[in-house]
Design a protein around this ligand. Structure first.
Ligand SMILES: [Zn+2]
Length: 269
C-alpha cells in the first residue's frame, strides 16, 4: 500500500511526464509547421511528416521526437543529409518549458485554467517567434496578430487586467519600435518588431512591457558583444531581435512582478 504522500508524488510525476510528452509532440509539430510555412507547403494536403531535404515521407518510428533523431544519428534515412540539432532541441525545449509553465500554475492557490491556457498559448507563440526569427530572420505577422488578440481578450475578460494598462503597454511597445523604424527608415529594425512591441503591451501591461524591452536589449547587447569579440559576427550582421524579445517577454511573464517590485523598493517608491 502507498501512503498518501507517495501517492500524490506518483500522480504528480505521471501528470508532469504526460505534460512533457505533450510538449515534445507540440515541439515536433511546430518544427514541421514552421518549415512548411517557410517553404510555402500546404499543411492539410500533405499531412505526413517528411525530410526537409528530399521530402521522403517519414515512417512513424522515424518521427518520434528526439529519440528518432538520436536513433538515425542525425541523418535522413533516405538521402543521408544531416538533420540539424536545432530540430530535436526545439522538441526538448518545448517539453521542458511546458512542464515549467504548467508547474507555475499548479502551485498557485488561485488556480485559473484560463490563465494556464493563456500561458500555454503564449509559450507556443514565443517558441515560434524565437525559432522562426533565428532560422529565417523574420517575425511572422500572423503569429503576432493572433497573439495580440488572444492575449488582449483573455487578459481583459478573465484576469482583471485594466484596459488602460494594456493600451498604454501597446503604445509603449509599438511606439518604441515605430520610432526607431521611422528614424532609421527601416534599417535597424523591421515591421515585425513594431508588431511584436504591440503584442507585448497586450500581454504584459505597460510596466512589464518596459521590463521585457530592457531584458531583451541587455541580452541582445551582451550576446552581440561576445560574438563580436569572438569574431563570429561583424557589425553588418543582421540581428534576429525577435529571439531576444521572446526571451524578455517570457521572463517578464513569470518574474516581472517580482523584478518590478524589487526595483520599486530599491528606488524607494
Ligand atoms: Zn532526406
Amino acid at each position: 500500500m502507498l501512503d498518501l504522500g507517495s501517492y500524490i508524488m506518483l500522480v504528480g510525476g505521471i501528470i508532469y511526464f504526460f505534460v512533457f510528452v505533450l510538449g515534445l509532440i507540440l515541439g515536433s509539430f511546430l518544427n514541421s509547421w514552421m518549415w512548411r510555412v517557410h517553404d510555402n507547403i500546404k499543411i492539410l494536403s500533405n499531412s505526413r511528416s517528411m525530410c526537409p531535404n528530399c521530402r521522403y515521407q517519414l515512417r512513424w518510428y522515424e518521427n518520434i521526437p528526439v529519440l528518432s533523431w538520436l536513433a538515425l544519428r542525425a541523418h535522413c534515412s533516405n538521402c543521408k543529409k544531416p538533420i540539424h540539432w536545432s530540430y530535436p532541441s526545439v522538441e526538448l525545449a518545448t517539453g521542458l518549458l511546458m512542464m515549467f509553465v504548467v508547474g507555475q500554475h499548479v502551485k498557485l492557490i488561485h488556480f485559473s485554467e484560463w490563465s494556464m491556457l493563456r500561458d500555454v498559448c503564449f509559450l507556443t507563440l514565443l517558441i515560434i517567434t524565437f525559432v522562426y526569427d533565428l532560422r529565417y530572420k523574420i517575425i511572422l505577422s500572423r503569429v503576432v496578430w493572433a497573439g495580440t488578440i488572444i492575449g488582449f481578450f483573455i487578459n481583459f475578460f478573465t484576469l482583471n487586467f485594466t484596459i488602460e494598462s494594456m493600451l498604454l503597454g501597446m503604445l509603449i511597445g509599438g511606439g518604441f519600435f515605430l520610432l526607431q523604424y521611422i528614424i532609421s527608415s527601416g534599417r535597424w529594425i523591421g515591421g515585425g518588431d513594431v508588431r511584436f512591441g504591440v503584442m507585448m503591451g497586450a500581454w504584459l501591461g505597460w510596466q512589464n512591457t518596459l521590463l521585457a524591452l530592457f531584458i531583451a536589449y541587455v541580452l541582445g547587447a551582451s550576446l552581440g558583444m561576445i560574438l563580436l569579440l569572438l569574431k563570429k559576427v561583424n557589425s553588418k550582421t543582421e540581428i534576429p531581435f525577435g529571439v531576444f524579445l521572446s526571451v524578455g517577454t517570457f521572463v517578464a511573464i513569470y518574474y516581472g512582478t517580482t523584478i518590478v517590485g524589487w526595483y520599486a523598493h530599491l528606488i524607494g517608491y
